[in-house]
Design a protein around this ligand. Structure first.
Ligand code: ZN
Ligand code: ZN
Length: 288
């Protein structure tokens, strides 16, 4: 896995334009495909067999709320710009007493505020840059990190819900493939030559989807684990243990999620302006 990530980073830095042209559309197809597939699988095939009438109706309400947050935060994250260029012209230059905190970007040929970094893929400097996300097809920075965090949260929640529904389904209906000790041999043989050693085709399909559910869960799950640490310390992806800007969890939440803090979990449409423009950062008081 590390080799894949390292190779991707190498390719992205060497051929940024090509990387964006190829990887962003593929990632978008993967996200849309996964969302549509699991939605269809759970709501129309698995859940009707697991829940009673009331439970199934309740599930629809929960799922609509989750989908609203997944899709809304995903679109808002992509559309929200965190580039230094969106600052008013007078804020793009430091006041003389803060100039020593700004760094020079060789690519943009100008000074950038503290905690900003240049992104080779976006080809601009990003305010309080966290990282470039291929699934969002943009950089995660000052203005859109709120949406990214809730996208990761609701995607993880949806896949855990899907996992739990599968477990109840298998417990009730039973699945000979899943309980078979040679489950991976069965799946491998099926992939290679279509050999059906299992009794039921349906059972094999459901087991494959169940395993895919577990693998896919690791993607938003790991994103969320990183983002919780970032919220906790007010750090960023590449300096996750940096506590220099840590002002306490609640204040960190307001600095990253906006003035409504954790209430932004309700909806991407909830207005939550940031208390600053990303050019001046309060640091944790140094203890002697
Ligand atoms: Zn730059
Ligand atoms: Zn970027």
């Amino acid at each position: 896995m590390c080799i894949v990530v390292t190779y991707c980073e190498y390719y992205a830095h060497r051929f940024p334009k090509k990387f964006v042209q190829i990887v962003h559309p593929l990632s978008t197809i993967f996200v849309v495909g996964t969302i549509v597939f699991f939605f269809w699988m759970q709501m129309f095939l698995i859940a009707p067999q697991v829940y009673n009438d009331f439970g199934y109706k309740l599930l629809w309400i929960v799922v609509i709320f989750i989908m609203h947050n997944i899709l809304g935060n995903w679109i808002a994250c992509y559309r929200t710009n965190s580039s230094v260029e969106i600052l008013p012209k007078e804020s793009q230059v430091p006041v003389p007493e803060k100039e020593h905190l700004w760094r020079f970007c060789d690519t943009c040929n100008k000074l950038m505020p503290p905690r900003s970094w240049h992104c080779a893929l976006c080809n601009c400097c990003i305010l309080r840059r966290d990282h470039h996300c291929i699934f969002m097809a943009t950089c995660i920075g000052l203005n859109n990190q709120r949406y990214f965090i809730w996208f990761a949260f609701y995607s993880t929640f949806a896949l855990i819900l899907s996992f739990a529904t599968f477990v109840i389904y298998f417990a009730r209906v039973g699945c000979s493939t899943l309980l078979s000790p040679d489950i991976f041999v069965i799946l491998l043989l099926n992939c290679i030559c279509g050999v059906q050693r299992d009794r039921s085709k349906e059972s094999l399909f459901q087991t494959t989807v169940f395993l895919f559910n577990i693998v896919v869960l690791l993607i938003p799950g790991s994103m969320l684990a990183y983002q919780i640490q970032i919220l906790w310390r007010n750090s960023c992806y590449y300096k996750i243990n940096d506590s220099a800007y840590d002002l306490g969890f609640l204040k960190n939440c307001k600095l990253i999620l906006g003035q409504r803090g954790l209430w932004t979990f309700l909806s991407p449409f909830l207005k939550s302006p940031l208390p600053h423009d990303g050019t001046k950062w309060e640091m944790m008081p140094q203890s002697n």
